[in-house]
Design a protein around this ligand. Structure first.
Ligand code: MF3
Ligand code: CO
Length: 256
């Protein structure tokens, strides 16, 4: 794993703060009637006003500033004028901010108005998967311990884990080694080292795990059409413990 220097960590932390603030701002805009493109444009402006830049824009040709994925869309939704949020939808917003050459990456899934009990449970369990994953994880552990905890929690709740997509190291580049799988054996994977920075991002389906790609070459959707949720934070591993760099100040888990 790549060990970040203290100077690099300062810049990653700033990128992560902007990412988190943009997600908090996104939450205030999510209402029935807003298109995902309007949301994306507002987020792009917000990120730039904060001194960052939206790293997804132009990444391998991605057209949006952020990824916005509704209901059965798992991730990588291209923001569109034609996708208008409706009461009862769930929408995941995935933001990567670059700041002075370093990156922060986080995602949240929000409810649009009131949503079904199944969707509420899916959002709750997906967030819990992240926290179950990092519980009791420290430097020297195998990453598989985290992956296995995520999978176990999702499946215990009757949900499934997307296999084809995963979390990743992050720093100078949006995607660095290692891959952070959301499933697997506790004895698998690399050993977590000091000052590693990882984006940990469970993608959990209410139905079956199989996915497909839209003809736009980006949008990932569930094959069975059931909803999917995404929850992601950028995390720093230090000798004193783990710091969640993109967590909202008001989050109930802030004690972490
Ligand atoms: N945020 C995504 C991730 O966690 C990356 C988005 S792909 C992009 O890996 F093309 F939109 F950048
Ligand atoms: Co990511």
């Amino acid at each position: 794993m790549i060990q970040k220097t203290p100077a690099e960590i300062v810049l990653i932390k700033k990128a992560c703060e902007i990412t988190r603030d943009a997600l908090v701002f996104a939450k205030t805009l999510i209402k029935p009637g807003i298109s995902t493109l309007t949301l994306d444009n507002a987020l792009e402006k917000f990120i730039i006003d904060c001194g960052g830049s939206p790293a997804c824009k132009g990444y391998e040709g991605f057209p949006g500033a952020t990824c916005i994925s509704v209901n059965e869309m798992v991730v990588h939704g291209i923001p569109s004028e034609d996708i208008v949020l409706e009461e009862g939808d769930i929408v995941s917003v995935d933001i990567v901010v670059a700041y002075k050459g370093y990156h922060g990456d986080a995602a949240r899934t929000y409810a649009v108005g009131s949503v079904s009990e199944e969707k509420q449970k899916l959002m709750k369990v997906t967030k819990e998967c992240f926290f179950k994953g990092i519980e009791n994880i420290r430097i020297g552990d195998r990453l598989g311990k985290l992956s296995n905890a995520i999978q176990t929690h999702a499946e215990q709740n009757g949900f499934s884990v997307v296999r084809e997509l995963c979390g990743h190291g992050i720093g100078k580049r949006m995607h660095e080694a290692p891959s952070v799988l959301n499933y697997g054996k506790p004895t698998d994977g690399p050993i977590i080292t000091e000052n590693a920075v990882l984006a940990i991002e469970p993608m959990i389906n209410a139905g079956k795990k199989e996915i497909g790609m839209l003809s736009d070459g980006w949008g990932i959707v569930t094959r069975d059409g059931k909803p999917s949720a995404h929850y992601e934070n950028t995390v720093l591993f230090t000798r004193e413990g783990l710091q969640i760099l993109t967590l909202e100040e008001t989050d109930e888990y802030h004690k972490w």
